[in-house]
Ligand binder design. Sequence first.
Ligand code: G3H
Length: 526
Amino acid sequence: MNNIPKEYKIEKHITHKQFLINGEIKEWNGKMANVLSTLLCDTDDKEPTLLGTTPLMSKDLAIEALESASKAFNQGQGIWPTMKVYERINCMENFVDKMVLKREEVVKLLMWEIGKNLKDSEKEFDRTVDYIKDTIEEYKIIDRNGAHFQNSSGVRALIRRGPLGVVLCLGPYNYPLNETFALLIPAIIMGNTTIFKPAKHGVLLIAPLLEAFKESFPPGVVNIVFGRGRELATPIMETGKIDVLALIGHSSSAISLQDLHPQKNRLRLVLGLEAKNPAIILKDADIDLTVEECISGTLSFNGQRCTALKILYVHEDVKDEFLSKFSERVDNLKLGMPWENTLLTPLPEPSKPNYISDLIDDATNLGAKIINKRGGKKQKNYVYPAILYPVTHEMKVYKEEQFGPVIPVVSFTDVSKPIDYMASSNYGQQVSIFGKNASILGPIIDSLVNLVCRVNLNSACQRGPDIYPFTGRKDSAVSTLSVHDALRSFSIRTFVASKDNELNKGILREMIDSKQSSFIRTDYYL
Ligand code: G3H
């Protein structure tokens, strides 16, 4: 503990008992869950560090949170869904001003709870703040675009986007702030009401923001509960009162939660799920550039990103050069503590090192070799990235989303091999293609764009910049998230239509002049 810089030390256990329901921060006095950090438990005799405790809330409070959100929405008649757009924007601006004050606290907890390095933890916080600010600006544009009447076939219409209802938000542990807020913020600003449960890791870091939520939004608009998904999300879904399930995580959770809803046709889905993004390295690829992109693509945050490169297809002609340069780079990577800003940091899930080792054993038993010298070296909280070659379809690592530091490599001579792999895969998020020849790349890209939703040319896969669409095919996503698209995903078009006659024109004119309606107006916010 002594080598930890003073500013990153956790001085005492954080006993977090609070939750937010119906605009009130209350204390939970029941069972608590330990929040453990794997950062310092590198050897078998060292136990994870106890950072603090968080509530294991009960089913009745989950239902209370749901009722609070339902009451605040009140079938679209509540204060929040009928509020003027600029008033909702004011609430969100107020929230973001309060949120930035918590940067240091949240960044420190990101490092301790999920092992994300300092630079990336700061980036996660700052990116989220930017996302909120960009969302506010984008909402103004959407509102402005809806601030005029159309007239077609004798019918006048004012078309805007309206909220959908009550949203259950569940985020992932790898981006416990950013990805969760990328669901929560657009859902809230569009006039929906929400229940949010933090992910399995990255829970304490939400605590410093409770007060900001409470002070910025009317009661019931944001409800934050802590505990197990089974205990909290299950009874909420069973009521059938959830209008949107917003989840970034595994498809198995998304499917079981949907199945609990008694009227599935009413349930809208905004899902970011698993992926197995390949890199395809053609024979004319710039190998040095490809190696660098594959390092960040496969190993930033130890490969615990849905957008990580999870299988590499290398042309037979450049396989040896690529493997030798790539292995050298991987073996030179340092494993360290998050505040040391190393690319490799301890894995937050206690069971992950064994899972990664199992994948490596399974592949080597079936004929793959560990190509890099340090590959597979294990400690209690980490497994050193293993480059596995040749990987074949019988191996688990060929199909499973490893979400951790192991890199399967397959060679090919005909590009139809990786394309067929992608076509038969359950996933369809992104791909990276490395090469130089435009006439070869062109037709390949034409195939790839119909198999995934983003083709990265000579660069690793990634979600950002957040103004671009983030989505996927097959089991990888439902709905699209970008600053703009998320506002669409959490809303529906709704409009007022009238026959184009003097009576209706007069009524509409009067409504606009007297500003009696939040919906029928032609002014907009700058
Ligand atoms: O876990 C998946 C994230 O959306 C990845 O985002 O590409 O910005 O790391 P990123």
